[in-house]
Write a new protein. Sequence first.
Lengths: 109, 112
Amino acid sequence: AQRVTQPEKLLSVFKGAPVELKCNYSYSGSPELFWYVQYSRQRLQLLLRHISRESIKGFTADLNKGETSFHLKKPFAQEEDSAMYYCALSAGGYQKVTFGTGTKLQVIP
Amino acid sequence: KAGVTQTPRYLIKTRGQQVTLSCSPISGHRSVSWYQQTPGQGLQFLFEYFSETQRNKGNFPGRFSGRQFSNSRSEMNVSTLELGDSALYLCASSLAGRDTQYFGPGTRLTVL
């Protein structure tokens, strides 16, 4: 069975401070990992996926298969980063996505 | 390109009733997935349809069912509603396979 764990329900950081949102997963095969974000009163939307290896809005995430982690990082937090962040895993050949419980990021001005 | 649309946006039902929710995917998308979102359980996968076939199913009772039409529009049905079915039901579409999912705004179901 696949599982995604986000240990922090709430993460508060000051503007300009580094951010790291933790995500650990369990899956025996080769998963595809995603980070989704939901800003206030907006839809859930993709932030980034590990296969694209790109930086979106200054965020990066590296898949560490040894530690089964996919932590989301940003060197300098901005107020507009305040949102709910969900780590997600897709396994198998089809679209069966397991989401973590989410971490609320609060950037303090 | 129009986004994923869901109707209705809000529903109030009583226990024992049944409900049907609708999802229209982005044009050209053939995969439609449904999720239940609650404060306690977070986002839980219900099922996924591709080309009118259910490809994946989550761990929900048989009261939860769905279908997909030839134009990729999808409906989900919940029969014999229970108080615990109160939730935000999200629909997401993607091209196929493990592509990026695009989410709709959700249908807020309240069961009294």
